[in-house]
Design a protein around this ligand. Structure first.
Ligand SMILES: Cc1cc2nc3c(=O)[nH]c(=O)nc-3n(C[C@H](O)[C@H](O)[C@H](O)COP(=O)(O)OP(=O)(O)OC[C@H]3O[C@@H](n4cnc5c(N)ncnc54)[C@H](O)[C@@H]3O)c2cc1C
Length: 399
């Protein structure tokens, strides 16, 4: 397979810790050099730095986005804002976090307070709050939208070093929610919180014959829904979740808030599809042996059972290895027609798909730059895993 090295740069398998280079998370793009990095100790330090510098300034969060998104050149300053992290204030219905707080800390702090966010999480939680918000990071479910839609106040240091607090309800708040880092540097975010709830997730394997209608039905019937489309096998794996019953909630609490499995023996109806997918992945990646981290996400679909747990335990499961990820957001209303087109393209071309298409729908976002701006949206994620390339980016920002 021929690859455009600019679009699909190779992963650097071994990075020398003493090297001057700063790499993105996937280790396939150099973001800059260590001597360019500044780490202001406080918001006031950051203001001072911006007043003094004549150079361009780029902010790095957890560096998950592709390196070229930052467009760093040699004279730019790279800002590491890890000092601006943690809880700043809280009240009954909101918590203010430093912009660089990792999402897993946001989630665990809220859980310890008996609170949660209205937005459902994405698959990982290593992003910084500001980095995830500025790119429109989202999970699944029509009754909610992106993380940025949970913001009540967004505090930024602007290019001239001045401070600006954007408050929900103001005319330009929607510009500050998703900015791709271009409007200012986010130092603090006040998030709306809701009472902590427990969910039960039902898992199925069904035919994709009626996916056009089923996808809408699942999303209208359940507050949280996520589906994997194994196109080669015409099979869907579906997770539909709703708030847990009181008895399931009690059982979950009694076992120390560990995820509750609803059956001792899992449902094996997806196992043949998993075996076939793994065989394709082994062949395509030329990675031998079944234990490779590359295959973990698919392997865990074997012998599935319904589960009860908190929203982060159920949906924020992590990703074992860097992968090429293209996610495309389309208006929900157009999704059945798009699914029909994918089916007919597949029938005509018989392309080889070694990974399922992931379908997650969200409600409308109020953020001007969100792909879900003003309309419910279906995100189709196409993933590719190879031993040599490692690249993950968000086409959704572009659509
Ligand atoms: C394995 C993987 C899984 C993912 N899963 C999902 C998912 O399920 N759902 C989803 O929607 N997305 C997902 N993403 C996308 C991910 O959420 C975004 O790439 C996010 O931007 C990463 O946050 P970060 O802290 O690494 O930001 P970075 O990648 O470091 O930065 C992203 C952008 O934010 C800007 N920025 C960072 N901090 C600040 C700040 N303080 N102020 C202003 N601008 C700032 C940067 O300049 C840059 O433009 C995934 C990505 C990967 C690699």
């Amino acid at each position: 397979m021929s690859r455009d090295a600019r679009l699909y740069p190779l992963r650097q398998p071994h990075i020398n810790p003493h090297d001057d280079a700063v790499w993105n998370w996937a280790q396939n793009a150099q973001i800059g050099s260590r001597h360019q990095v500044r780490r202001p100790a406080s918001e006031a330090d950051l203001q001072q730095l911006l007043r003094q510098t004549q150079d361009q300034v780029r902010v790095i969060g957890s560096k998950l986005s592709p390196g070229r998104m930052l467009h760093v050149s040699e004279n730019d300053l790279l800002l590491d804002l890890s000092a601006l992290s943690g809880v700043l204030t809280s009240d009954e219905n909101s918590v203010t976090f430093g912009g660089s707080t990792p999402l897993h800390r946001v989630y665990s702090i809220l859980t310890s307070m008996g609170r949660m966010l209205g937005s459902s999480p994405g698959v990982i939680a290593v992003q910084t709050l500001a980095g995830a918000m500025t790119t429109g990071t989202h999970g699944q479910g029509l009754q909610q939208s992106s993380l940025a839609d949970e913001a009540l106040r967004i505090r930024m240091v602007l290019a001239d070093g001045s401070l600006r607090e954007f408050v929900r309800g103001e005319n330009d708040f929607a510009a500050a929610q998703v900015t791709l880092g271009a409007l200012g540097i986010v130092t603090a975010v006040t998030l709306h919180t809701e009472p902590f709830r427990i969910f039960t997730c039902h898992k199925y394997a069904v035919s994709a014959d009626t996916l056009e209608q089923d996808l809408l039905h699942w999303n209208e019937s359940y507050p949280l829904s996520k589906a994997w489309w194994f196109v080669d096998d015409n099979v869907m794996h579906v997770w539909n979740a709703h708030q847990a019953s009181e008895s399931d909630r009690q059982r979950y609490e009694q076992q120390g808030r560990q995820v509750l499995l609803h059956a001792e023996t899992g449902d094996d109806s997806l196992n043949d599809t998993i075996d076939q997918t793994l065989a394709h992945m082994h062949r395509d990646t030329q990675i031998q042996g079944k234990g490779g981290k590359q295959f973990r996400t698919v392997t865990r679909f074997r012998d599935f059972t319904d589960v009860t747990g908190d929203i982060y335990q159920l949906f924020c499961r992590g990703i074992a290895v860097p992968q090429i990820n293209v996610e495309i957001g389309v208006p929900l209303a157009n999704t059945p027609a798009i699914i029909r087109k994918i089916k007919s393209w597949y029938a005509q071309n018989r392309p080889h798909m070694h990974y399922p298409i992931i379908l997650r729908c969200t409600g409308a976002s109020s953020a001007w730059l969100s792909p879900a701006y003003e309309h419910p949206t279906c995100f189709l994620a196409l993933w590719f895993i190879t031993p040599m390339t490692a690249h993950c980016h968000r086409m959704a920002c572009i659509f």
